[in-house]
Ligand binder design. Sequence first.
Ligand code: NAP
Length: 295
Amino acid sequence: MSAHLIDGTALSRQIRAEVGQRAAALSARGVTPGLAVILVGDDPASAVYVRNKVKACAEHGLHSHLERHPATLPETELLARIRLLNDDPSIHGILVQMPLPRHIRPQRVIETIATTKDVDGYSVQSAGDLMAGLPGFRPCTPYGCIKLIEATGQPMAGKHAVVIGRSNTVGKPMALLLLQANATVTVCHSGTPDIGRHSRMADIVVVAVGRRNLLSADMVKPGAIVIDVGMNRNDEGKLCGDVDFAGVAPLAGWITPVPGGVGPMTITMLLVNTLESAERAAANLTSTAHTITST
Ligand code: NAP
């Protein structure tokens, strides 16, 4: 293999250590960052994701509040729970684990979360902030991908980046973040004929489709940075990405493995978003206190 491996586990560990230090400093000032996680139903994969998020909070000085509800929970009750958490000053981030049961409208749920606590960055307000280049929560997976690209030490400015996949949670925000970093961005999707024609010209390729071996060696420019977001199972049932890793690694410049690439970064950026939300809340408290004492 000639490509440098971008180690998401190691980068994640480093960022989480910084989160731990900042969370401790904030706690010493009386504000412990808090994440509320809501799980509706009994999807086993969702239960694992939720458990990992709660565990990550506990390990890095954040407190978490986990709510489990039956799949029959009416939408109105879920929205009422979210509104209570919106008003709870000990909670700085609210995450509702997707997918939700069919009778609950996900966008309705997302839009009920206070903008100041939308640590998943899925609301229309957060998406609009990203599009307008304003500060706000960035969706965790593409935010993590940007950190992985930064870890290569290669500038993104002036580079040609190709994003394959255009979901609202990964592909589209990924493209906007790359644009913000001054890359020239092409977005491919299921309606793009001959994706290789675009990806072969790319200095950076981010693949977020959910299809094994979608990106093969003949679709990659030698020396390119390849970020594999996909999560699939191979014939042996093992986790694999969207990239033909064995074929692409010998010619790429940098590549993320699956597992151990993008995966660990997603929860890490959730911790970062929650911590930064708590830091903002603490700063607002301080300025409010200052205003009260000075009036
Ligand atoms: P998604 O909502 O299903 O979107 C998939 C995208 O891929 C769509 O935009 C779709 O195009 C496009 N697509 C489908 N078939 C294609 C093809 N043959 N050629 C080109 N594009 C094609 O999925 P997602 O939520 O973005 O997730 C994508 C993958 O990343 C999944 O494997 C998911 O499990 C994984 N993921 C991993 C993490 C992590 O933390 N590691 C986090 C999130 C997601 P259209 O829009 O035209 O339908």
